[in-house]
Every structure is written in structure tokens, then in C-alpha cells.
Design a protein around this ligand. Structure first.
Ligand code: ATP
Ligand code: MG
Length: 407
């Protein structure tokens, strides 16, 4: 048997990027031989094994054929006769379809190295169109390598468009899609992921609520970029520049969905978009079964981001309601994530990227003031149950009034 390094490890070594996980392909071996060598089988789907010591993935060389809709509709064929070239041709991009042996001799039948040098993301063969997940993968690689100047080859983008139009994208499970989406959002340029999905019309299929924001104007005084879609991309870009966690990036992507529902007569204003957007945010959350913390933050940021921007003008009672809505006493971190999402929203505007955002520290101070109200003295007065709750609220309101006066 021969063993080769494949995929990301080869690509990233050639790019001079750190290699995190290594995938291996084994040519000329049977399952029985692998088991006899102590490799542990994983998953029922493919002949993939874990190395007994390193735990890295070793897959028998295989060919694949499409046999139905969606990912389940794949049949594969693994046998000792399958060659390295045959295994590599089933892969998504040429830059991911290179292999190297333990002497670093490169096997590159589909010219991945040339495409690496030319900074091109190109499909390996027309079989690319057999798995719709590749649309998301290519967009994710475009986001990851945008800083190096990579772009998607026009023919590949065309195949991605065909996949989007064929209805195959809808066949993806929420789990497979979310895995790609969440990884893409954590790249340095997540806005490129959304832009590429839009370029091949996949955004209209996957997140029509986000796609609908393009072409929707906003008032130029607050939004020099005018277009709500462009604004959304910029907010996402800011969230990555400021190294925000996934929860915040997800909330940034979805915060303005309500603007896509504004009747055109009302443009460029978007009265109450915070409320109209909530059902759309909920729909996108559920479509991809986003984790609970992402879902919650997206809904809260959607609902309250204008409160964040107007923080300094809010009455003490409104500030209190805001803090209560976030349950800031038990969930201080979530409120902090709300604050930074608002800041990203404020900076994700043309020419305003460097603006100061005094609202952030003001809100932090308000949260601190409310959280510092001690419960003990109220308990000592013998208060309990709803009475205690009311008294606590009154004390917090007092504290916020004092905070406002001194701020
Ligand atoms: P990463 O750095 O994100 O791990 P990677 O290229 O190693 O990048 P993996 O998901 O680990 O990505 O997959 C390993 C290899 O398997 C890829 O390089 C590619 O050759 C192939 N591959 C993975 N998923 C697909 C797919 N859906 N369609 C075609 N080939 C795929
Ligand atoms: Mg990998």
C-alpha cells in the first residue's frame, strides 16, 4: 500500500500557511489490511480510518458516483485497484486535489499548483456539480484566501449558479450547511463568503432574507453607503476585523433583515424594522438550526440595536427595560456581545469605520450600575417574592438615574 498526504495539508504547506489537520489517502489497501494494522474504522458511510497513534484520518482511495438527490445520494467504490488520480478527481477544487508522498513528491494531475500560483479556485471536473455543499465550500475558501487574492474561476462560478438554480441546494441538511456557514463566518473576511454566494445566486436560495437587502436604500445621513446589502457586508467585515465571536458575527449578518420588508413608498426610511425583522431572523435561525446562543443574540440584536445607538438619550426606565430584557444580572456576557454588535453596526458604514462609539462604554457603565444594586439590604427588610422583585427594580432604576446624571 502507498500512503499520501492530501487536501488541505498539501495546499496549505504550498501556500506557506500553518497546517492544522492532516488528511491521508491510502492506495492499494483493503479494509481488512487496515484493520489488521490497528487502524480504527470511523463512520459507516466511507472507508475511513483513524491512525492507532496519531488519530489522523486515513481514507481508502475511492471513486464516487451520484445516485440521487442530496448527500445521501452518493455511491462510492473503494478497492485496492482505485488509483490516486481517480481518488483526486472526485475532489472539489484543483488546489484541494493534490497529494504528496513522504518525500514531498507532489502528485498534481489537475494542476492545483498552477491554480495556487494564479490564485484561482477552480473545480476539478464536471462532477463538481454532484454535491451542492461544494457551493458553500468554495465560498468559504474564497473568504479564507481573499487576503491572498484568490478568486473563483468563472466556469466554477457558473457551475455553482447551476447548482443554485437546480434546487439541489435545498437538499442540504441544516447540519452540513451550518458547519460551512459557521466556519466561513469565522474566517478573516466572512463578507467575501456572502458576496460569493450572492454572485452565484446561492444567497437567494439559502438566505433570501439577506439577499433581499441588496438594492434597498437607507438614509444617506446615517448610511453613506446607502445600500442595505452593502451595509450588512461591511458590518460583517467589521466584526471580523475586531475578532468577534461567532455569536456576534451571526447577529451582525441578520440584524437588519426587517429592512427588506419595508414598503418601497417608505424608502429610504425603515420605521420599526427592528420588529418586522424578528420573524425573518427566527426563520433563518431555524433553517440552519443555529446554536442557541447564536439564535438568541441575533434576535436580541435585531430587536434592540437602535436602542444601542440611542443609548445616551434613553430614559432611565428604558435603560432598565433593556437591561432586564437581556437578563444582564445573570448573563453579563450576552449583553457585552450585544454592545459590540451595535458597535460593529455603527462602524459598518462607508467612511465611518473609525468613528468612536461612546454608547458602548455608556451601556457598560449602566449595566454595572444596575448590577451593583445589592439584594442583601432588601432581604434584610424581609422582602420576598414579587415584592422583592419590585423593590429591586426600583433600586436599580434609582441607580440608573444617578448614573445618567453623572455620566
Ligand atoms: P480545511 O483546512 O478546512 O480542513 P480541507 O481542504 O482539508 O480544508 P476537509 O474538509 O478537511 O478540507 O477535506 C479534505 C479534503 O477532502 C479536501 O481538501 C477535498 O479534497 C476533499 N473534500 C472534502 N469535502 C469535499 C466535498 N464536499 N466535495 C469534494 N471534495 C471534498
Ligand atoms: Mg482538512
Amino acid at each position: 500500500m502507498q500512503i499520501y498526504k492530501v487536501g488541505g495539508a498539501v495546499r496549505d504547506r504550498l501556500l506557506g500557511k500553518p497546517v492544522t489537520d492532516i488528511d491521508w489517502v491510502v492506495v492499494g489497501a483493503t479494509t481488512e489490511e487496515m484493520l489488521a494494522l490497528g487502524y480504527r474504522p470511523v463512520g459507516a458511510d466511507f472507508p475511513v480510518f483513524l491512525h492507532p497513534k496519531s488519530g489522523e484520518e486515513y481514507a481508502l482511495a475511492r471513486t464516487e458516483r451520484k445516485s440521487g438527490r442530496g448527500y445521501g445520494g452518493f455511491t462510492f467504490h473503494a478497492s485496492p485497484e482505485v488509483t490516486l488520480e481517480e481518488d483526486l478527481i472526485r475532489r472539489d477544487l484543483t488546489i484541494n486535489a493534490m497529494a504528496e508522498d513522504n518525500q514531498q513528491n507532489l502528485t498534481d494531475p489537475y494542476h492545483g499548483q498552477r491554480d495556487l500560483e494564479d490564485r484561482i479556485l477552480r473545480h476539478v471536473s464536471p462532477a463538481f456539480a454532484e454535491d451542492p455543499l461544494r457551493v458553500l465550500r468554495v465560498a468559504r475558501f474564497a473568504a479564507r484566501y481573499a487576503d491572498l487574492g484568490f478568486t473563483v474561476a468563472p466556469q466554477t462560478l457558473e457551475l455553482m449558479r447551476q447548482l443554485s438554480e437546480s434546487g439541489e441546494l435545498q437538499a442540504l441538511t441544516a447540519e452540513r450547511s451550518w458547519k460551512e456557514i459557521s466556519r466561513a463566518l469565522m474566517e478573516d473576511q466572512p463578507q467575501v463568503f456572502i458576496q460569493v454566494l450572492r454572485d452565484c445566486d446561492a444567497l437567494r436560495v439559502l438566505m433570501p432574507e439577506v439577499d433581499a437587502l441588496f438594492g434597498v436604500p437607507q438614509p444617506e445621513v446615517h448610511h453613506p453607503e446607502i445600500d442595505t446589502g452593502i451595509h450588512t457586508l461591511s458590518v460583517l467585515e467589521q466584526s471580523a476585523l475586531h475578532k468577534q465571536p461567532l455569536t456576534v458575527r451571526w447577529a451582525c449578518l441578520l440584524h437588519d433583515l426587517g429592512k427588506g420588508l419595508t414598503p418601497t413608498e417608505e424608502w429610504p426610511r425603515h420605521i420599526a424594522h427592528e420588529h418586522t425583522g424578528l420573524k425573518l431572523i427566527k426563520a433563518v435561525n431555524e433553517r440552519f438550526k443555529a446554536p442557541k446562543d447564536c439564535q438568541e443574540l441575533a434576535l436580541l440584536v435585531g430587536k434592540y440595536h437602535t436602542h444601542g445607538h440611542r443609548a445616551l438619550e434613553l430614559k432611565a426606565s428604558t435603560l432598565l427595560e433593556l437591561l432586564q430584557s437581556f437578563d444582564v444580572y445573570r448573563r453579563p456576557q450576552r449583553f457585552e456581545e450585544f454592545i459590540v454588535a451595535c458597535e460593529m453596526d455603527a462602524r459598518g458604514r462607508k467612511g465611518l469605520e473609525q468613528r468612536s462609539y461612546p454608547q458602548a462604554d455608556y451601556l457598560r457603565g449602566a449595566a454595572k450600575a444596575a448590577r451593583e444594586v445589592a439584594v442583601q439590604p432588601l432581604l434584610e427588610k424581609g422582602l420576598k417574592g414579587p415584592e422583592l422583585g419590585e423593590a429591586l427594580k426600583r433600586e436599580r432604576l434609582k441607580a440608573l438615574k444617578v448614573y445618567k446624571e453623572n455620566a
